[in-house]
Design a binder for this molecule. Structure first.
Ligand code: TXA
Ligand code: MG
Length: 343
């Protein structure tokens, strides 16, 4: 299959979005940009399209998909009723990097939710995604547009690396602003549970709802969110994460990198800008931005992919404190890492 590469720059935009919508309506697969990461879209009510998404990604059958909609009104195609908490969250965070899990309507076919009675819904906050959803005029399922287990794509060329020749089209909308997948919050019970930390923080959700939220612990058996049990976000290289005070973390990383290099290991390092100059020559440095977890969120997956492309054996990565967006960064980083070093 030849994958169309659709630009959304200037004059191309309207035509590209119209072609992508046409492909989706006919049951084809289109990767498209969102503010979190690129999604691999398919018509939510088309069994063939949904099955194909699982096949193309190599995704486990029991891991349900997020349904993307253009507006809050569209959710009535998916549910019969909504808990009051939904409205407070929708008002604050939709569109935005928040996915809400609610009870699904019986009209929603089981293949959409991998047999679950609940459905995950999100309105992305990206002009191209919104225009596409509007033009398609149907709910679109979209997991991250990567091969399962690989880091999620934050640019159209990342999608191409993984899926060229396997899907109908890729809509290019530049780099994703957030860089990590949406927060997934389950509001089917009395206490909201964060199943996956992301762009909207636990503190923000708590504030919007005025109730305490729980953070789901990753579990091995029968997790609430099937996605929690799989290895995720990992580059090919082995990842070691260093946690602790910034200055000590950098010092320890620099020494570890030098030691590994002497043993003939090809080393990559990921840390904030300022650390770059400290590493010895030959260490492949990828900057996670000026300071703080916001930049790290945006650049983490890009860094994994970039260092992988340079064939490093090992990636040493700076850890961040688990506050705000840092919680999402550390969630991804700890899942990708084979080893954690506390400094
Ligand atoms: O930011 C995002 O959410 C991106 C963009 C493309 O929107 N999408 C994304 O999809 O990250 P995916 O498939 O990679 O992750 C979906 C997560 C999985 O962990 C899945 O298990 C969980 O959402 N999920 C989906 N439906 C669920 C449900 N009914 N109950 C609990 N968890 C659910
Ligand atoms: Mg994913």
């Amino acid at each position: 299959m030849k994958t169309l590469f659709l630009s959304t720059r200037g004059a191309h935009r309207a035509r590209s979005i119209a072609s992508a919508a046409r492909i989706l309506r006919r049951g084809g697969l289109v990767a498209f940009p969102t503010e979190t990461v690129y999604g691999l879209g398919g018509h939510a009510f088309n069994a063939r399209a949904v099955r194909k998404i699982f096949r193309v990604k190599g995704r486990p059958q029991d891991n349900p998909l997020i349904v993307h909609i253009a507006s809050v009104q569209q959710i009535w195609q998916l549910v019969d009723s909504l808990p009051v908490m939904f409205w407070a969250l929708a008002e604050k965070f939709m569109p935005g990097p928040l996915t809400i899990v609610v009870r699904k309507s019986r009209r929603v076919p089981a293949f959409v939710t991998a047999g679950l009675e609940t459905i995950a819904v999100r309105i992305p906050d990206h002009p191209v995604a919104r225009a596409l959803l509007k033009a398609t005029a149907a709910p679109i399922v979209a997991p991250s547009a990567n091969i399962s287990g690989r880091p999620s794509p934050t640019t159209a060329s990342h999608v191409r690396e993984d899926l060229d020749g396997r899907i109908d089209a890729i809509l290019d909308g530049g780099s994703s602003r957030v860089g990590l997948e949406s927060t997934v919050v389950d509001i089917t019970g009395r206490v909201p549970i964060i199943l996956r930390p992301g762009g909207v923080t636990g503190e923000q959700i708590q504030k919007a709802l005025g109730v305490r939220v729980r953070l789901a612990r990753p579990v091995k058996h029968r997790p609430k969110s099937p996605g929690m049990k799989y290895k995720h976000y990992a580059p090919r290289a082995e990842v070691v994460v260093f946690e602790g005070k910034r200055s000590s973390v950098w010092r320890t990383m620099v020494h570890a990198a030098a030691r590994l290099q002497r043993r003939g290991v090809r080393v990559g390092a990921m840390a904030e800008d300022q650390a770059g100059a400290k590493f010895s020559e030959g260490v492949l440095f990828f900057s996670l931005g000026e300071t703080g977890a916001r930049g790290a969120a945006r650049l983490l997956f890009r860094g994994f992919r970039s260092l992988d492309a340079q064939n490093v054996d090992m990636i040493l990565c700076q850890g961040f404190s688990d506050e705000e967006i840092g919680a999402a960064v550390m969630n991804r980083l700890r899942k990708a890492a084979t080893r954690r070093v506390r400094v």
